[in-house]
Design a protein around this ligand. Sequence first.
Ligand SMILES: Nc1ncnc2c1ncn2[C@@H]1O[C@H](COP(=O)(O)OP(=O)(O)O)[C@@H](O)[C@H]1O
Ligand SMILES: [Mg+2]
Length: 255
Amino acid sequence: MKKQESPVLVVERVSRSYGSLRALDAVSFTLYPGELVALLGENGAGKTTTLRLIAGLLSPDAGLIQGLGGHISWGSSEMKQLVGYLAEEPFLYETLSGFEFLELVGALHRLPRSICRQRAEALLARLNLREVAQQRIQSYSQGMRRRLALCSVLLHYPRLLLLDEPLNGLDPASVREVKRLLSELCAEGSAVLVSTHLLDVAERLCSRAIILSRGRVIADGALDELRRQASQGAEASLEAVFFALTAADGEAGSL
Ligand SMILES: Nc1ncnc2c1ncn2[C@@H]1O[C@H](COP(=O)(O)OP(=O)(O)O)[C@@H](O)[C@H]1O
Ligand SMILES: [Mg+2]
């Protein structure tokens, strides 16, 4: 964590309920430039809710979400320019070609046309979509759709990238390329928050993890710190750490 730099995102005591169900309860964390952070938790822990709140698609019941060291507030148009958000089931316009879809997304982000085209072509090539770029999206396989959706969130070099289960259904070559693209984005000073239930992927991709359980942050730190917190040895897998920490939370919850 690069605490001397000003944060890309501050989430402070954010709560959100759906009716009587409290999906998030006073969640706090901060993301700094260059960080690639895994957001982990069992099904229903609150990962998607957290990402949708930060992306501005849901409003918090309480708490504060701020971008760029407090200069940008939640829900503002600046926040939307800052953030790239990949939903678990992303929306694509079936009748457009992959390339046209990226041009549309670039225009929404007010990217200059020539820059947008260059970036779109580079991303399509890297995610192995060049040959289908002029075909309608309705002819794409599930894997192609996911790869195109990933291109669309990387297009405008977001300062904060939020990815909800991005690697589901991707072949190993695509997973490797996505990891490279994310590392490059982080090297340029962006922060990336990736929700996943694939603990081995999180372990290879990220240096820090935030673990949610029943809507609360039960652990947040570098993987080494989490191993210590879970009383696991230096060689312990993230899976062992995850189960030790969530089991401890479950016992506390049932007291
Ligand atoms: N639109 C919704 N209406 C009602 N309950 C919801 C809605 N979305 C999520 N929930 C509930 O909120 C909790 C957190 O869900 P979610 O954020 O999707 O978790 P995760 O992504 O970690 O699986 C779950 O109990 C889920 O059933
Ligand atoms: Mg989810």
